[in-house]
Design a protein around this ligand. Sequence first.
Ligand code: SF4
Length: 242
Amino acid sequence: MVESSFIDRAFIGICRGFGSRLFRKDGSMRREHRDAAPTALGSALPAEREDGRVLNVNEMFWSIEGEGVRVGEPTFFVRLAGCNLRCLFCDTDFASFEEMTVDDIVSEVQLRDVTWVCITGGEPLCQNILPVCRSLFRNNYRIHIETNGTIDPDPRLYEYIEHWTVSPKTQSITPGLTYITELKYVVGKGFREERVEELRSDYIYLQPESSDPEHSQRTLDILRRHPDWRISCRIHKILDVQ
Ligand code: SF4
């Protein structure tokens, strides 16, 4: 058995310090988190590289895009299961999934009258999404992806995916992301203005954490210094829709 690295042990220590739900009562790490933590800290490679003909789908639903440049546009969301990170504040249940073929997914999309399909997660680049993106594109859908910016995409995806949203959860964005439509940063206690990778994206969006008044005020103060950046509010939360 390979011994855990210092950084893995540090990660586990931090999680324990926060009383995380990652651990059982006996102190051992739950399987899904134990497997994922080293990937989160040690590599920019995808957790899986399969042929992409079957994907692990967490959920699919119609809604409106609630954030960023595309705010308000009707969209069909395909949430893929799994993520290479384990953010302590994560509120997305991405662990459960149903295996679906590319044809099944496209058929579900075709039941709705939509222009845009957003592939999100979890971290969608943990799975091989090239076949589903190719199929959606050939069926005349416009494709949007939301990624955490830690995994180099297959370069062929740029032919099919039009809108790239990166929500960085680590200090830097992987160099393999050669085009980014919008960068979305959560402004909370951990936000560092100097780490915004402004030159890598068409748009910069700042989202006050939990709509907290203190974070909102700080966001406005930052915008005074950066007139080309924008504030983002999650309108699907305001409307209380999925
Ligand atoms: S990157 Fe996103 S989905 Fe993954 S653990 Fe962090 S917040 Fe959750």
